[in-house]
Design a protein around this ligand. Structure first.
Ligand code: SF4
Ligand code: SF4
Length: 193
């Protein structure tokens, strides 16, 4: 069933008959959030096991880096540019970051180069950190499993999420150009990335 109320940035009266309704994801759907947890958790669980085996302190440091990045830095550089951030709720409602408080205002312009560098660097640090400790410990099976699930996660993320994501200036965004144009036509408040 189609949701009738367009998102805040959209100037259309209704989502009914919107040609891109099924091609880009404007509205939160719980199943997509659960699917995200399912594809993201294996790499984090294996990474956590590898670090915990090495030492509690290495595990706690990773945990803190993840918290700092996904709760604050990532939200600031990435999500504040996302149309989901302009919705009226005090908490984010999206297929990845559901329930996080909105500490800043929505910024309808594209991510800057510096923000993109911070985002990619954050991802790289988070996913490469456990590799160093698994190499020290020579946990080859765990290492191969971890790398496999990180790549599987990135492939599925790109295929299932980035292809339909409304945050068009994210460096991972992969929405088709024609759909992008149509979305921007409907959402004139968003500056063209
Ligand atoms: S672009 Fe606007 S009308 Fe179309 S699905 Fe998204 S919110 Fe609804
Ligand atoms: S869809 Fe992506 S960019 Fe938008 S709020 Fe969610 S995590 Fe942030």
């Amino acid at each position: 069933m189609m949701i009738e109320k367009p998102i805040n940035t959209c100037s259309k009266k209704s989502c009914n008959n919107c040609e891109i309704y099924f091609k880009i994801t404007c509205h939160f759907k719980i199943l997509q959030l659960l699917r995200f947890y399912a594809i993201a958790s294996p790499s984090f669980i294996l990474g956590g096991i590898g670090l915990y085996n090495y030492s509690l302190i290495s595990f706690v440091i990773w945990f803190l880096i993840i918290g700092l990045f996904f709760l604050f830095i990532g939200i600031r550089v990435l999500c504040t540019h996302c149309p989901h951030y302009s919705e009226s709720s005090y908490f984010l409602r999206c297929w990845v970051n559901y329930g996080l408080p909105k500490l800043w205002n929505y910024r309808p312009w594209p991510m800057s180069i510096l923000e993109k560098i911070i985002l990619i660097s954050g991802f790289s640090i988070i996913w490469s950190y456990p590799v160093i400790f698994m190499l020290f410990e020579k946990k080859w099976v765990l290492l191969i499993g971890y790398i496999f699930f990180v790549f599987l996660f990135l492939i599925l993320l790109r295929k299932l999420y980035c292809k339909k994501c409304i945050n068009l200036s994210c460096p991972m965004n992969d929405v088709d150009c024609i759909i992008k144009e149509e979305f921007l036509k409907n959402n004139p408040l968003i500056n063209n990335p």
